[in-house]
Design a protein around this ligand. Structure first.
Ligand SMILES: [Fe+2]
Ligand SMILES: [Fe+2]
Length: 545
Protein backbone atom coordinates (compact mmCIF):
# COMPACT_ATOMS: atom_id res chain seq x y z
CA UNK A 1 0.00 0.00 0.00
CA UNK A 2 2.78 2.38 0.97
CA UNK A 3 4.84 1.38 -2.01
CA UNK A 4 1.81 1.89 -4.20
CA UNK A 5 1.39 5.39 -2.81
CA UNK A 6 4.98 6.22 -3.62
CA UNK A 7 4.37 5.11 -7.16
CA UNK A 8 1.17 7.15 -7.29
CA UNK A 9 3.12 10.16 -6.10
CA UNK A 10 5.78 9.57 -8.71
CA UNK A 11 3.26 9.12 -11.52
CA UNK A 12 1.34 12.22 -10.52
CA UNK A 13 4.56 14.17 -10.36
CA UNK A 14 5.40 13.13 -13.89
CA UNK A 15 1.88 13.90 -15.06
CA UNK A 16 2.12 17.36 -13.56
CA UNK A 17 5.45 18.05 -15.17
CA UNK A 18 4.26 16.86 -18.57
CA UNK A 19 1.13 19.04 -18.29
CA UNK A 20 3.35 21.94 -17.31
CA UNK A 21 5.57 21.55 -20.33
CA UNK A 22 2.80 20.86 -22.77
CA UNK A 23 1.71 24.39 -21.89
CA UNK A 24 5.17 25.60 -22.79
CA UNK A 25 4.69 24.63 -26.42
CA UNK A 26 4.61 28.19 -27.59
CA UNK A 27 1.56 29.56 -29.27
CA UNK A 28 1.14 33.08 -30.45
CA UNK A 29 -1.66 33.90 -28.03
CA UNK A 30 -0.46 32.67 -24.69
CA UNK A 31 2.30 30.82 -22.93
CA UNK A 32 3.56 30.86 -19.39
CA UNK A 33 7.14 32.04 -19.55
CA UNK A 34 9.50 30.65 -16.95
CA UNK A 35 12.47 32.94 -16.50
CA UNK A 36 14.74 33.32 -13.47
CA UNK A 37 17.56 35.86 -13.50
CA UNK A 38 20.56 35.89 -11.21
CA UNK A 39 24.28 36.35 -10.74
CA UNK A 40 24.20 40.01 -11.80
CA UNK A 41 27.57 41.76 -11.94
CA UNK A 42 28.83 45.18 -12.97
CA UNK A 43 28.73 44.09 -16.62
CA UNK A 44 26.70 40.88 -16.95
CA UNK A 45 23.57 38.92 -16.02
CA UNK A 46 22.58 35.24 -16.10
CA UNK A 47 19.12 34.50 -17.52
CA UNK A 48 17.78 30.97 -17.01
CA UNK A 49 14.81 30.12 -19.23
CA UNK A 50 12.77 26.92 -19.05
CA UNK A 51 11.12 25.70 -22.21
CA UNK A 52 10.27 22.35 -23.72
CA UNK A 53 13.34 20.56 -25.03
CA UNK A 54 14.81 21.89 -28.25
CA UNK A 55 12.91 25.18 -28.30
CA UNK A 56 14.97 27.79 -30.14
CA UNK A 57 15.34 30.89 -27.95
CA UNK A 58 17.11 34.21 -28.22
CA UNK A 59 16.93 37.41 -26.17
CA UNK A 60 16.60 41.02 -27.29
CA UNK A 61 17.98 43.55 -24.83
CA UNK A 62 18.87 47.18 -24.54
CA UNK A 63 18.26 50.41 -22.68
CA UNK A 64 14.91 51.18 -24.32
CA UNK A 65 12.13 48.62 -24.12
CA UNK A 66 10.60 49.97 -27.33
CA UNK A 67 13.84 49.70 -29.24
CA UNK A 68 16.12 46.80 -28.38
CA UNK A 69 19.59 47.40 -29.75
CA UNK A 70 21.13 44.01 -28.97
CA UNK A 71 20.30 40.36 -29.31
CA UNK A 72 21.91 37.13 -28.21
CA UNK A 73 22.73 34.06 -30.27
CA UNK A 74 20.00 31.43 -30.52
CA UNK A 75 20.20 28.69 -27.89
CA UNK A 76 18.13 25.49 -28.04
CA UNK A 77 16.74 24.40 -24.68
CA UNK A 78 18.45 21.30 -23.39
CA UNK A 79 17.12 17.92 -22.32
CA UNK A 80 16.59 19.31 -18.81
CA UNK A 81 14.40 22.01 -20.45
CA UNK A 82 16.67 24.94 -19.69
CA UNK A 83 18.42 27.52 -21.82
CA UNK A 84 21.00 29.55 -19.93
CA UNK A 85 22.07 32.93 -21.30
CA UNK A 86 25.07 34.81 -19.93
CA UNK A 87 24.81 38.32 -21.30
CA UNK A 88 27.98 40.35 -20.86
CA UNK A 89 29.60 43.58 -22.02
CA UNK A 90 26.91 45.58 -20.20
CA UNK A 91 27.35 48.96 -18.56
CA UNK A 92 27.42 49.21 -14.76
CA UNK A 93 24.71 50.93 -12.70
CA UNK A 94 22.25 50.58 -15.58
CA UNK A 95 18.74 49.25 -15.98
CA UNK A 96 18.36 47.00 -19.00
CA UNK A 97 15.18 45.75 -20.61
CA UNK A 98 14.98 42.37 -22.27
CA UNK A 99 12.57 40.04 -24.00
CA UNK A 100 12.90 36.34 -24.80
CA UNK A 101 11.76 34.98 -28.17
CA UNK A 102 10.74 31.36 -28.65
CA UNK A 103 10.29 29.00 -31.56
CA UNK A 104 9.24 25.38 -31.05
CA UNK A 105 10.10 22.86 -33.73
CA UNK A 106 6.47 22.88 -34.92
CA UNK A 107 6.35 26.67 -35.28
CA UNK A 108 7.66 28.57 -38.27
CA UNK A 109 8.49 31.84 -36.62
CA UNK A 110 9.58 33.18 -33.28
CA UNK A 111 7.07 34.46 -30.77
CA UNK A 112 8.07 37.26 -28.45
CA UNK A 113 7.67 36.99 -24.69
CA UNK A 114 7.01 39.79 -22.24
CA UNK A 115 9.32 42.67 -21.49
CA UNK A 116 11.37 42.25 -18.31
CA UNK A 117 14.22 44.20 -16.80
CA UNK A 118 17.28 43.99 -14.57
CA UNK A 119 19.94 46.21 -13.06
CA UNK A 120 23.67 45.84 -13.24
CA UNK A 121 25.71 46.63 -10.12
CA UNK A 122 24.64 49.88 -8.54
CA UNK A 123 27.41 52.40 -8.03
CA UNK A 124 28.48 53.83 -4.71
CA UNK A 125 26.10 56.57 -3.61
CA UNK A 126 23.06 55.24 -5.47
CA UNK A 127 19.83 54.01 -3.87
CA UNK A 128 18.19 50.64 -4.46
CA UNK A 129 16.03 48.00 -2.77
CA UNK A 130 16.34 44.29 -2.11
CA UNK A 131 13.89 41.73 -0.72
CA UNK A 132 14.17 38.82 1.72
CA UNK A 133 11.84 35.91 2.43
CA UNK A 134 12.09 33.08 4.93
CA UNK A 135 11.01 29.47 4.72
CA UNK A 136 8.49 28.97 1.92
CA UNK A 137 8.09 25.22 2.72
CA UNK A 138 5.93 24.25 -0.30
CA UNK A 139 5.68 20.71 1.11
CA UNK A 140 3.75 21.86 4.19
CA UNK A 141 0.31 22.15 2.67
CA UNK A 142 -2.67 22.46 4.95
CA UNK A 143 -5.88 20.50 5.33
CA UNK A 144 -9.29 22.05 5.92
CA UNK A 145 -8.69 22.12 9.69
CA UNK A 146 -5.41 23.99 9.42
CA UNK A 147 -3.19 20.99 10.05
CA UNK A 148 -0.37 19.81 7.82
CA UNK A 149 -1.48 17.24 5.26
CA UNK A 150 1.17 14.81 6.41
CA UNK A 151 1.11 14.85 10.20
CA UNK A 152 -0.06 11.80 12.12
CA UNK A 153 -3.18 11.57 14.28
CA UNK A 154 -0.95 11.37 17.35
CA UNK A 155 0.79 14.59 16.51
CA UNK A 156 -2.50 16.27 15.72
CA UNK A 157 -3.91 15.25 19.07
CA UNK A 158 -0.79 16.16 21.01
CA UNK A 159 -0.70 19.64 19.53
CA UNK A 160 3.04 19.11 19.12
CA UNK A 161 3.08 20.34 15.57
CA UNK A 162 0.47 21.72 13.25
CA UNK A 163 2.72 21.11 10.29
CA UNK A 164 0.72 23.50 8.11
CA UNK A 165 2.48 26.57 6.82
CA UNK A 166 2.02 26.82 3.07
CA UNK A 167 -0.70 27.97 0.73
CA UNK A 168 0.18 28.26 -2.98
CA UNK A 169 -2.25 31.15 -3.53
CA UNK A 170 -0.74 33.09 -0.68
CA UNK A 171 2.75 32.44 -2.03
CA UNK A 172 1.65 33.84 -5.39
CA UNK A 173 0.17 36.92 -3.70
CA UNK A 174 3.42 37.57 -1.83
CA UNK A 175 5.48 37.16 -4.97
CA UNK A 176 3.16 39.41 -6.97
CA UNK A 177 3.70 42.06 -4.32
CA UNK A 178 7.46 41.62 -4.71
CA UNK A 179 7.03 41.90 -8.47
CA UNK A 180 5.22 45.22 -8.06
CA UNK A 181 7.92 46.50 -5.71
CA UNK A 182 10.58 45.22 -8.11
CA UNK A 183 13.70 45.11 -5.91
CA UNK A 184 17.07 44.67 -7.64
CA UNK A 185 17.89 41.55 -5.61
CA UNK A 186 15.92 38.90 -3.69
CA UNK A 187 17.21 36.46 -1.08
CA UNK A 188 15.30 33.28 -0.20
CA UNK A 189 16.75 31.93 3.01
CA UNK A 190 16.19 28.17 2.72
CA UNK A 191 13.73 25.36 3.41
CA UNK A 192 12.39 26.11 -0.04
CA UNK A 193 13.29 22.80 -1.67
CA UNK A 194 12.64 20.17 0.99
CA UNK A 195 13.57 16.58 0.21
CA UNK A 196 13.70 15.42 3.84
CA UNK A 197 10.70 13.17 3.65
CA UNK A 198 12.04 11.29 0.65
CA UNK A 199 15.09 10.05 2.53
CA UNK A 200 13.93 7.35 5.01
CA UNK A 201 12.49 5.02 2.39
CA UNK A 202 15.54 5.56 0.23
CA UNK A 203 17.67 4.68 3.24
CA UNK A 204 15.69 1.45 3.53
CA UNK A 205 16.68 0.53 0.01
CA UNK A 206 13.60 1.68 -1.90
CA UNK A 207 14.79 4.11 -4.55
CA UNK A 208 11.47 4.38 -6.40
CA UNK A 209 10.64 7.65 -4.63
CA UNK A 210 14.04 9.30 -4.82
CA UNK A 211 15.99 10.15 -7.93
CA UNK A 212 17.59 13.14 -9.59
CA UNK A 213 14.44 13.76 -11.62
CA UNK A 214 12.18 13.66 -8.55
CA UNK A 215 14.45 16.17 -6.79
CA UNK A 216 14.57 18.26 -9.97
CA UNK A 217 10.74 18.41 -9.91
CA UNK A 218 10.83 19.97 -6.45
CA UNK A 219 13.16 22.71 -7.71
CA UNK A 220 11.06 23.19 -10.85
CA UNK A 221 7.94 23.56 -8.70
CA UNK A 222 9.53 26.58 -6.98
CA UNK A 223 10.35 28.13 -10.34
CA UNK A 224 6.67 28.10 -11.24
CA UNK A 225 6.11 30.54 -8.37
CA UNK A 226 9.35 32.51 -8.35
CA UNK A 227 9.04 33.27 -12.05
CA UNK A 228 6.31 35.73 -11.04
CA UNK A 229 8.99 38.14 -9.84
CA UNK A 230 12.42 36.67 -10.58
CA UNK A 231 12.19 37.51 -14.29
CA UNK A 232 13.04 41.09 -13.27
CA UNK A 233 14.70 40.68 -9.88
CA UNK A 234 17.95 38.76 -9.42
CA UNK A 235 17.38 35.74 -7.21
CA UNK A 236 19.79 34.40 -4.57
CA UNK A 237 18.76 31.02 -3.12
CA UNK A 238 20.37 30.14 0.25
CA UNK A 239 20.38 26.54 1.51
CA UNK A 240 18.37 25.57 4.59
CA UNK A 241 18.39 22.32 6.54
CA UNK A 242 15.56 20.74 4.54
CA UNK A 243 17.48 21.08 1.29
CA UNK A 244 19.53 18.20 2.77
CA UNK A 245 22.62 19.31 0.89
CA UNK A 246 25.20 18.39 3.48
CA UNK A 247 28.85 17.49 3.68
CA UNK A 248 28.06 14.96 6.44
CA UNK A 249 26.02 12.81 4.03
CA UNK A 250 28.75 12.42 1.39
CA UNK A 251 30.05 8.86 1.14
CA UNK A 252 27.21 7.53 3.28
CA UNK A 253 24.07 5.65 2.17
CA UNK A 254 22.50 9.13 1.80
CA UNK A 255 25.29 10.43 -0.45
CA UNK A 256 22.84 11.11 -3.26
CA UNK A 257 20.76 13.43 -1.11
CA UNK A 258 23.47 16.08 -1.25
CA UNK A 259 24.38 15.32 -4.86
CA UNK A 260 20.83 15.47 -6.23
CA UNK A 261 20.08 18.66 -4.27
CA UNK A 262 23.30 20.33 -5.43
CA UNK A 263 22.72 19.40 -9.04
CA UNK A 264 19.07 20.49 -9.09
CA UNK A 265 20.01 23.83 -7.58
CA UNK A 266 22.75 24.45 -10.12
CA UNK A 267 20.60 23.26 -13.01
CA UNK A 268 17.48 25.30 -12.31
CA UNK A 269 18.76 28.37 -10.48
CA UNK A 270 21.48 30.92 -11.19
CA UNK A 271 24.01 30.28 -8.46
CA UNK A 272 26.70 32.86 -7.61
CA UNK A 273 29.88 30.86 -8.09
CA UNK A 274 33.13 32.82 -7.78
CA UNK A 275 34.44 35.05 -10.55
CA UNK A 276 36.00 38.50 -10.63
CA UNK A 277 32.79 39.99 -9.18
CA UNK A 278 31.72 37.34 -6.65
CA UNK A 279 34.00 35.79 -4.08
CA UNK A 280 32.99 32.55 -2.39
CA UNK A 281 33.38 28.81 -2.30
CA UNK A 282 36.06 27.80 -4.79
CA UNK A 283 36.12 24.12 -3.87
CA UNK A 284 34.15 21.86 -6.25
CA UNK A 285 32.31 18.78 -4.99
CA UNK A 286 32.67 15.64 -7.09
CA UNK A 287 29.38 14.94 -8.85
CA UNK A 288 28.19 18.57 -8.58
CA UNK A 289 30.96 21.05 -9.32
CA UNK A 290 31.03 24.45 -7.64
CA UNK A 291 28.32 24.89 -5.02
CA UNK A 292 27.86 28.66 -4.91
CA UNK A 293 26.67 28.08 -1.35
CA UNK A 294 28.64 30.87 0.31
CA UNK A 295 29.40 34.04 -1.56
CA UNK A 296 29.78 37.80 -1.34
CA UNK A 297 29.46 40.82 -3.59
CA UNK A 298 29.17 44.57 -3.47
CA UNK A 299 26.06 46.51 -4.60
CA UNK A 300 25.88 50.28 -4.11
CA UNK A 301 26.94 51.16 -0.59
CA UNK A 302 26.33 47.64 0.70
CA UNK A 303 28.30 44.43 1.08
CA UNK A 304 26.25 41.24 0.78
CA UNK A 305 27.55 37.99 2.28
CA UNK A 306 25.78 34.63 2.42
CA UNK A 307 27.10 31.80 4.60
CA UNK A 308 26.21 28.11 4.88
CA UNK A 309 26.97 25.62 7.67
CA UNK A 310 25.32 22.58 6.05
CA UNK A 311 27.88 22.03 3.32
CA UNK A 312 30.71 22.35 5.85
CA UNK A 313 29.74 20.49 9.03
CA UNK A 314 31.25 17.02 9.15
CA UNK A 315 28.51 15.86 11.54
CA UNK A 316 24.86 16.53 10.87
CA UNK A 317 23.81 19.84 12.44
CA UNK A 318 20.05 20.21 12.42
CA UNK A 319 18.69 16.67 12.41
CA UNK A 320 17.31 15.24 9.23
CA UNK A 321 13.58 14.77 9.60
CA UNK A 322 11.93 17.07 12.07
CA UNK A 323 8.23 17.81 12.00
CA UNK A 324 7.77 14.03 12.12
CA UNK A 325 5.61 14.12 9.07
CA UNK A 326 5.33 10.46 8.32
CA UNK A 327 3.39 7.80 6.54
CA UNK A 328 1.62 9.98 4.06
CA UNK A 329 -0.68 7.70 2.16
CA UNK A 330 -3.60 9.85 1.14
CA UNK A 331 -3.58 10.32 -2.61
CA UNK A 332 -5.03 13.82 -2.40
CA UNK A 333 -1.81 14.91 -0.71
CA UNK A 334 0.28 13.37 -3.40
CA UNK A 335 -1.69 14.53 -6.34
CA UNK A 336 -1.76 17.62 -8.41
CA UNK A 337 -0.05 20.90 -8.19
CA UNK A 338 2.71 20.29 -5.77
CA UNK A 339 5.50 17.82 -6.46
CA UNK A 340 7.08 16.90 -3.17
CA UNK A 341 3.89 17.69 -1.29
CA UNK A 342 4.67 15.01 1.26
CA UNK A 343 8.24 16.10 1.86
CA UNK A 344 8.17 17.81 5.19
CA UNK A 345 10.51 15.78 7.24
CA UNK A 346 10.11 12.19 8.28
CA UNK A 347 11.28 10.14 11.18
CA UNK A 348 10.99 6.58 9.93
CA UNK A 349 10.85 4.67 6.71
CA UNK A 350 7.78 2.84 5.53
CA UNK A 351 9.04 0.97 2.49
CA UNK A 352 8.00 -2.66 2.36
CA UNK A 353 9.03 -3.72 -1.13
CA UNK A 354 11.26 -6.58 -2.17
CA UNK A 355 14.84 -5.99 -1.10
CA UNK A 356 14.06 -3.26 1.40
CA UNK A 357 15.24 -3.59 4.96
CA UNK A 358 13.02 -3.69 8.05
CA UNK A 359 13.11 -0.25 9.67
CA UNK A 360 13.77 -1.68 13.13
CA UNK A 361 17.00 -3.24 11.88
CA UNK A 362 18.43 -0.04 10.46
CA UNK A 363 17.00 2.57 12.79
CA UNK A 364 20.23 2.83 14.79
CA UNK A 365 22.24 3.54 11.64
CA UNK A 366 19.65 6.10 10.55
CA UNK A 367 19.79 7.91 13.86
CA UNK A 368 23.60 8.01 13.88
CA UNK A 369 23.60 9.44 10.37
CA UNK A 370 20.75 11.91 10.66
CA UNK A 371 20.74 13.21 14.21
CA UNK A 372 23.06 15.65 15.88
CA UNK A 373 25.84 14.28 18.09
CA UNK A 374 24.56 16.64 20.76
CA UNK A 375 27.83 18.58 20.65
CA UNK A 376 27.01 21.84 18.91
CA UNK A 377 30.67 22.56 18.23
CA UNK A 378 30.10 20.07 15.39
CA UNK A 379 27.92 22.69 13.68
CA UNK A 380 30.35 24.78 11.69
CA UNK A 381 30.94 26.89 8.63
CA UNK A 382 34.46 25.41 8.58
CA UNK A 383 37.90 27.02 8.57
CA UNK A 384 37.92 27.92 4.89
CA UNK A 385 34.54 29.68 5.02
CA UNK A 386 35.50 31.46 8.24
CA UNK A 387 38.65 32.83 6.56
CA UNK A 388 36.54 33.91 3.57
CA UNK A 389 34.13 35.72 5.91
CA UNK A 390 36.95 37.40 7.84
CA UNK A 391 38.84 38.52 4.72
CA UNK A 392 35.69 39.75 2.98
CA UNK A 393 34.62 41.81 5.98
CA UNK A 394 38.08 43.22 6.68
CA UNK A 395 38.71 44.23 3.08
CA UNK A 396 35.36 45.93 2.58
CA UNK A 397 34.84 49.66 2.99
CA UNK A 398 31.09 49.37 2.38
CA UNK A 399 28.95 51.55 4.60
CA UNK A 400 26.44 48.73 5.17
CA UNK A 401 27.19 45.04 5.58
CA UNK A 402 24.48 42.38 5.40
CA UNK A 403 24.77 38.67 6.25
CA UNK A 404 22.29 36.09 4.93
CA UNK A 405 21.95 32.49 6.13
CA UNK A 406 19.33 29.95 7.12
CA UNK A 407 20.05 30.16 10.84
CA UNK A 408 22.72 30.91 13.43
CA UNK A 409 24.72 27.65 13.73
CA UNK A 410 22.27 26.04 11.28
CA UNK A 411 20.34 24.55 14.17
CA UNK A 412 18.43 25.42 17.35
CA UNK A 413 15.85 28.17 17.73
CA UNK A 414 16.17 31.87 18.48
CA UNK A 415 18.31 34.73 17.23
CA UNK A 416 20.60 36.57 19.65
CA UNK A 417 19.95 33.72 22.11
CA UNK A 418 22.04 31.47 19.83
CA UNK A 419 24.46 34.12 18.58
CA UNK A 420 26.38 33.98 21.87
CA UNK A 421 26.88 30.23 21.62
CA UNK A 422 29.47 27.87 20.17
CA UNK A 423 31.34 29.13 17.12
CA UNK A 424 29.04 32.15 16.88
CA UNK A 425 29.65 33.47 20.38
CA UNK A 426 32.20 31.21 22.04
CA UNK A 427 30.16 29.89 24.99
CA UNK A 428 28.56 26.48 25.41
CA UNK A 429 25.01 26.08 26.71
CA UNK A 430 26.28 26.24 30.31
CA UNK A 431 27.81 29.63 29.47
CA UNK A 432 31.33 28.27 29.75
CA UNK A 433 33.89 29.78 27.36
CA UNK A 434 35.14 26.96 25.12
CA UNK A 435 36.03 28.93 22.02
CA UNK A 436 39.82 28.93 22.47
CA UNK A 437 40.11 25.16 22.54
CA UNK A 438 37.37 24.48 19.96
CA UNK A 439 38.39 27.04 17.31
CA UNK A 440 42.06 27.72 18.13
CA UNK A 441 42.91 29.27 14.76
CA UNK A 442 39.99 31.63 14.39
CA UNK A 443 40.83 34.58 16.65
CA UNK A 444 37.22 35.65 17.22
CA UNK A 445 33.85 33.87 17.28
CA UNK A 446 31.63 34.80 14.34
CA UNK A 447 29.43 37.30 16.18
CA UNK A 448 32.45 39.13 17.63
CA UNK A 449 33.99 39.19 14.14
CA UNK A 450 30.80 40.76 12.77
CA UNK A 451 30.77 43.35 15.58
CA UNK A 452 34.40 44.27 14.97
CA UNK A 453 33.66 44.79 11.29
CA UNK A 454 30.49 46.85 11.76
CA UNK A 455 27.98 44.43 10.25
CA UNK A 456 24.59 46.11 9.97
CA UNK A 457 22.01 43.30 9.81
CA UNK A 458 22.13 39.50 10.04
CA UNK A 459 19.15 37.99 8.21
CA UNK A 460 18.12 34.47 9.18
CA UNK A 461 15.10 32.21 8.73
CA UNK A 462 14.27 28.70 10.07
CA UNK A 463 12.10 29.84 12.98
CA UNK A 464 9.08 30.83 10.88
CA UNK A 465 8.27 34.26 12.30
CA UNK A 466 9.31 37.92 12.13
CA UNK A 467 11.70 38.84 14.94
CA UNK A 468 13.88 41.93 15.16
CA UNK A 469 16.53 41.82 17.84
CA UNK A 470 19.78 43.62 18.55
CA UNK A 471 23.06 42.48 20.04
CA UNK A 472 26.18 44.66 20.37
CA UNK A 473 24.96 47.03 17.67
CA UNK A 474 24.04 44.34 15.12
CA UNK A 475 20.41 43.74 14.14
CA UNK A 476 19.48 40.07 14.11
CA UNK A 477 16.48 39.88 11.84
CA UNK A 478 14.47 36.64 11.64
CA UNK A 479 12.53 36.67 8.41
CA UNK A 480 8.89 35.54 8.16
CA UNK A 481 7.43 32.86 5.90
CA UNK A 482 5.97 34.20 2.65
CA UNK A 483 3.01 31.82 2.45
CA UNK A 484 1.80 30.63 5.88
CA UNK A 485 -2.03 30.76 5.72
CA UNK A 486 -2.25 30.27 9.50
CA UNK A 487 -0.39 33.58 10.05
CA UNK A 488 1.48 31.84 12.84
CA UNK A 489 4.23 33.13 15.09
CA UNK A 490 6.09 29.84 15.37
CA UNK A 491 8.98 29.38 17.84
CA UNK A 492 8.29 32.71 19.55
CA UNK A 493 9.15 31.08 22.88
CA UNK A 494 12.80 30.94 21.82
CA UNK A 495 12.99 34.72 21.54
CA UNK A 496 13.55 36.40 24.92
CA UNK A 497 13.99 39.93 23.57
CA UNK A 498 13.06 41.99 20.55
CA UNK A 499 9.94 42.71 18.54
CA UNK A 500 8.03 39.69 17.24
CA UNK A 501 5.31 39.47 14.63
CA UNK A 502 3.52 36.58 12.94
CA UNK A 503 3.73 35.37 9.31
CA UNK A 504 3.19 36.01 6.37
CA UNK A 505 4.90 38.45 4.05
CA UNK A 506 8.36 39.58 3.00
CA UNK A 507 10.94 42.18 3.98
CA UNK A 508 11.61 45.05 1.63
CA UNK A 509 14.92 46.80 2.33
CA UNK A 510 15.72 50.21 0.90
CA UNK A 511 19.40 51.12 0.84
CA UNK A 512 20.42 54.72 0.30
CA UNK A 513 23.63 56.61 1.07
CA UNK A 514 21.87 58.11 4.11
CA UNK A 515 20.29 55.01 5.69
CA UNK A 516 18.75 51.58 5.39
CA UNK A 517 15.02 51.16 5.83
CA UNK A 518 13.57 47.69 6.54
CA UNK A 519 9.85 47.23 5.95
CA UNK A 520 7.76 44.17 6.80
CA UNK A 521 5.02 43.98 4.17
CA UNK A 522 2.23 41.61 5.10
CA UNK A 523 0.52 39.14 2.84
CA UNK A 524 -3.05 37.85 3.28
CA UNK A 525 -5.37 35.61 1.35
CA UNK A 526 -8.41 37.50 0.05
CA UNK A 527 -10.70 35.60 2.42
CA UNK A 528 -8.61 36.57 5.44
CA UNK A 529 -8.44 40.30 4.84
CA UNK A 530 -10.04 42.59 7.43
CA UNK A 531 -9.83 46.30 8.13
CA UNK A 532 -6.76 45.72 10.27
CA UNK A 533 -5.24 42.96 8.16
CA UNK A 534 -4.89 44.10 4.58
CA UNK A 535 -2.69 42.54 1.95
CA UNK A 536 0.32 44.79 1.41
CA UNK A 537 -0.05 46.46 4.79
CA UNK A 538 3.14 47.62 6.50
CA UNK A 539 3.32 46.14 9.99
CA UNK A 540 6.83 47.11 10.97
CA UNK A 541 9.47 49.50 9.76
CA UNK A 542 12.82 50.60 11.08
CA UNK A 543 15.78 52.59 9.88
CA UNK A 544 19.46 52.23 10.58
CA UNK A 545 22.14 54.76 9.73
FE1 LIG B 1 11.76 25.89 7.98
FE1 LIG C 1 14.94 25.24 8.71
Amino acid sequence: MILKSKKVFFIFSLAFISILFSQLSYKKESYPENIIIGKPTNNSIMISIMAIENTAIYINYGLDERNYTNKTEIIHSSKDQTAIFNIDKLMPNTQYYYRANYKSSDNEKFYAGDTNSFWTQRSIGSSFTFGVQGDSHPERLCDEFGYGMGISANQRNSGEARGCMYDPELYKKTLRMVDEDRPDLYFMLGDDFSISNLLPNYFQGDDSGFSQSIVDDIYINQRNFLRIMANSTALFPVNGNHEEARLSLLNTPLHNSSIFAGNARNRYFPVPTPNTFYSGNEKPIEGIGLLGDYFSFRWGDALFISIDPYWHSTRVTERIGGMGISRVTRPEVLRGTNPGANTGGMDSGTAMGVGTKAWAEIEGDWIRLTQSSGNLWDATIGDRQYQFLKKTLEESDAKYKFIFMHHVLGTGRGGVERATKYEWGGYNDKDEWEFDQERPSWGLPIHQLLVKNNVSIVFQAHDHLFAKQELDGIIYQSVPNPADPGYQEINFQAYKTGDLLPNSGYLNVEVSPENVKVTYKRSYLDKDETDSAMHGQIDYQYTIN
